[in-house]
Structure formats: C-alpha cells, structure tokens
Design a protein around this ligand. Sequence first.
Ligand code: X5A
Ligand code: ZN
Length: 658
Amino acid sequence: MNAGTALLHDEEMTKYKLLWVDPACEIEVPERLTASHDALVRNGLADRCVSVPVREATDADILLVHSREYLEAVKTTPDLTLEELQEFTLQFGDVYFHPNIYRCAKLAAGAALQLVDSVMTGKVRNGLALVRPPGHHSMHGAASGFCVFNNVAIAARYAKQTHGVKRVLIVDWDVHHGQGVQECFEDDPGVLYFSWHRYEHQKFWPNLRESDYDSVGKGEGTGFNINVPWNRVGMKNADYLSVFCHVLLPVAYEFCPDLVLVCAGFDSAIGDPEGQMSAGPDIFAHLTHLLMNLAGGRLCAVLEGGYNLTSLQQSVCQTVQTLLGDPAPPPENLDGPCQSALESLRCVRAAHQPHWSCLKHAAELPSFEVSTKRIKDEEKSQQTAGEPVWPEPRKRVAPPVRTAVVLPDGVSLPDGCKAFSSLEDSDPGGAVRTLSSLLLLVEKMQKNEICSGLALVSDVSMAMMCVAQHTAAVLNKRALVVCVGGSRLPGLITEDGKTLLVQMSRDEADEQGGRCFVPVRLKKGCSDASGFMQAVLGLLLPLGYQYDPDLVLLVRMEGSGVCDGAWLQLTGLLQGVAQGHTLVLMQKGEEACVAPTASSLLGDAAPPLGPLDAPLAEDVEALERLRVRLQVDWKLLQTTAPETEEARSADANLPPFV
Ligand code: X5A
Ligand code: ZN
C-alpha cells in the first residue's frame, strides 16, 4: 500500500510581512500560510498526512543555485534598519525584505529539501511543503517576485547530488513564469522544466521575451524547457487539461523522470487577483492525479503563489486530498479549450516538435502573425468583470470500500482488497453468480459504497456486454468502456449515447467506428508501449474527460499483448475520471496480473515505464487521423486553432469570466 503523504509546515514562516506601502507586494501576506494550513486541519487532511519537520537550508544548499555574493547580501538583511531594508529591496523587482525573511527563506528551501529526503528515502510516497517566501522567481544573483531563494531549483539540484537522481521533472503550474527555474536549468538535459503562465504577449509580469514558447532550452538542454504562454486571462479547466494531455504528459512520459517536483502556485485558480484565470480549485485534483503515476509516484509539491485566500485554501485541499489517494471529483465545466489556448498549444507543440518523438506529427507554427491583431482584441475585453464567484468544491468522500474483487476459488485475495459476492451459497464460482456479483458491484460503485472493482471471469466479452448493458439500461448511467486487445467486437454497444466504447488493438480490418465506438488500431497492437501511451495520453484521456462517465469499464481481452507497465499506467490514469469508479475485467488465465492491477486500483503508483522510444510512424499517423476525425465531436482532442479570422476573434467577445 502507498506509504503516505508528507506535510511540511512551520509557523515561523508566517513571521515576516511587508512593513511599508507597496501595492505590488501587498498581496503576499502571512495569512496565505495560516489559511492553507487551517483548511487542511479543518478538513481532516492534515491529520492524515505524515508531519515532517522543517529545517534551515545550509549555505551549501543555497549555493547549489545562488551566488556567494547574493547569499552574503541576503545574510545582512536581519540587521538592517527599516530604511536600509527598503533601500536594499529597491535593487530587485516586486519583492520586499524584512528582518526575519532570511530565516524564513532558509526554512522554505530547507522544507523542500526535507520533503525530497522523505520521498527519496521512501519514508513517504509524496508530499506538500507549505512555505513562504515562494521561490520560482529568484535568480542566481537576485530576489524577484516575492521570492528570495529558489526552493524548487535548490531541491532539484540537491536531489541529483544527494540521491543520485538522474532526471527531474519540474511542473510549474503557478500562473507566473518561474524565470529563475528556467535560468537555472536552461542547459541541463537532466531537468525538464515545464511552465504555463499568464503572458499576454509579454504585457504581463515579468514581461520577459524568454517566457515565450520559443524558449526551449540551450545547448545540451535544448528541448528540456517548455513554456506555455497564456495570452488571455480567463483560462478554464479545459484549457489546463488539454495542455496536460497534448504537451506535458506525452513529453513527461517520454522523458521518464525519477522524481517530479511541482512549483505549486495556486494563483492559476479562479478568483486570484494576479492570474485572473477561471479554472476551478477542483482542477488541481486532476493535475495532481495525472502526475502521480510518473516517477513511481515520487512527487514533491512546494507552495509558490496563490493570493485569493479562499481559492488558495480550496486548491491546497484538492491537491493534498489527491496526494493522499482519494478519488478525484468529476471535473466541472469541461467544454473545449478556447481559441487563444489552442493557438498557444499549437505553438508549443510546433516549437518542441524537433525535440520529442511524441510530437513528431505536431502541426507547424501557424502561418499567421500570432500577436498583432490579437493584442487589440484583448485590450477591448480587459474591462473589469467584478469579483468572480464560484461554488465551494463539494466534500470529497472516499467510499468505505476502496477495491472489491470477484475472483474464482483458488485465486488469492490481493492485500487491501475486499472479496465481493452477491450470494452466499448457490452456485459458488459459477458463471451466473459471477455475473450477478458484477452487476451488484457496479450498483454499489454508483452508490459510492465501493470505489473500484476487479474481476477475473471465464468469458470476458460476455461479462463486458452484460455490465455495459446493465449500466446503461438498468442503472441509467454512462459508461466508458475501454477494451484492451481482442479482435472485432460484436455489435454490443447501444447507440443511446450511454456507452462509449474505445477499443485499443492490433491493426486489422479498416473499421470506421462511429460516435459510440472508437477503434484505436496499432500496428503491433498494445505490445508497443510508446504507441500505446501516445494513444492513452493524447486520445483516450481527453475523450474520457470530455465524456465524463459514471463508470469506467476497463476490459483486458485475452492475449491483449499489453505490457505490464503500460497496462498499469492506463489503470492508474483512468481513475482520474468517473471519480475513480473503475471496474477491471480480466480473463481467467491472467491470474499473474491480478495483484499488480489491484494495487493500482488501491491507489499505488505504477512503476516507471523507462524512457520511451519513438512510436511507429504508421501508428502516429493512424492516431493523428483518428484524432482529427474525432475532434469535431470531442473538443478536448483539438491541438490547433482554426486559422480563420472569425474563429480567431471568437474569444475576444467572451467576458473574462464564463
Ligand atoms: C510566487 C509568485 C508573483 C509575483 C508577482 C509580482 N510571485 N507582480 O506568485
Ligand atoms: Zn505566481
């Protein structure tokens, strides 16, 4: 079972604040930390975490990233007078100093290091460090944007040096560009830095040319820096998810990190005065979940920004509850990405197309000028829309039973699972009993009494058909049926829109599919992990998110050929939809797969797949054709904006918060 979630917090880090008037800095307040921590306590989440003490970063730790001169300069600040502090602050941008900030900055960086130690030694699986000051803006020789030491950059260097980590992925979902992190690792192929950020064609702070999509890294590190500029405010859940599915995740899986660090800023959530975005706090459950099967689950999140205290605490709770392994809530308001997001998506994919084989088929840079007319449109729509309001996220209740299994006699019960059966005596182990157990299991999943299920059956196609029909016709619920392997399927799936069937299998007869049937045909079937993952990340996940099913029925056909690693990634990732209500059906004879699948359903991370090779060119082309055909109905599959003037100005007519 998963080894727990660390929470790092120390009241000392609330003990500095802005001592003079500076409108640019007044939002960075001690209450950011107290509100976040109080919310975790109030929701019973802090108690479920392993509390890890914070320490001060040493000079040697800080010098991993910063210059000696800068460190020595910061060391003088505790003894400065108020006037001298103000004077000292003036040499940097959008930051303030305080007599106690040096101490807090050492604790913030030290907290990140303690978290890395806890995760790398296996004391915990993952964790969150609640820290102030934040870190991602601070540079080799300068403070910036409320940041003094670059907590996450120091943690990445430290992980490489102390724990022999070879590849670190840094995901910066803060709404600002972590230019300090970019600067630090620009030429380092061992650290893949991903950042999305409000940019507005360089009109938003820190207003840097090098925050744009075409800064892809330098020298050896070319391709290992990914910037996604948001050129409009008001980005929503769909915009964020589509960038994860079509850029970050494919590249991250190809890179195969040993450790994931998150610059966890929550100013990218709705209500934040800096970000002005419209993604709900619930999106952080999904962003977190989608990263939790990388690096064997080794994920360290470190707080960066987040200035609306309500939005901040809700987002922090969503993140921690997901780290703890609770199923994610259904994502709200998933329409398609907006035109501006699609334009950014296309640019990023085009810029990285030479560097990542998962992007080999990405469209080229748009032929039109990306910025000129757009800026005028944006100026028009920058009227203030008032404070956005959003509902408080629903309380996420984990069902009393996590994973129930229906197994034939003689197959041992995997640790942590509950044996499940509909009847106590008649026909034990028989086909009828197995089926009635499955139907009852699905009903209990829909009542949220059981989260997920696993069954080993003698006729997997028949079981799939029965469960799918029952779910649609009797329970009146929507099922996403994912069929791994197998040949041509009987016409089982109803055309009532209650069932969406995706079949991933070997290239066979040319089948068109339809609205309810998506045949994903791969040359080598499911045995090629690269092609398989490409299909899962770029096609199946966005489809699943957009379809928003009540149940995922994951069917492993006999002789599917899927490799264990890819199968477990699929099982893990799919639990992000349908609130983790996944029922896995496997054919008798696949006993060896029961325990690892059960472990994934229980919330354990899948083992890393290893760096992925390039998928077969024909598979890439086939998937691309399928994506293009389906994107008409499923907008989350879009990766480019239509190049018409009409479509391009569509966003500008929307009020900022919809
Ligand atoms: C960590 C962070 C924001 C700085 C904004 C300056 N910094 N205008 O979110
Ligand atoms: Zn920020």
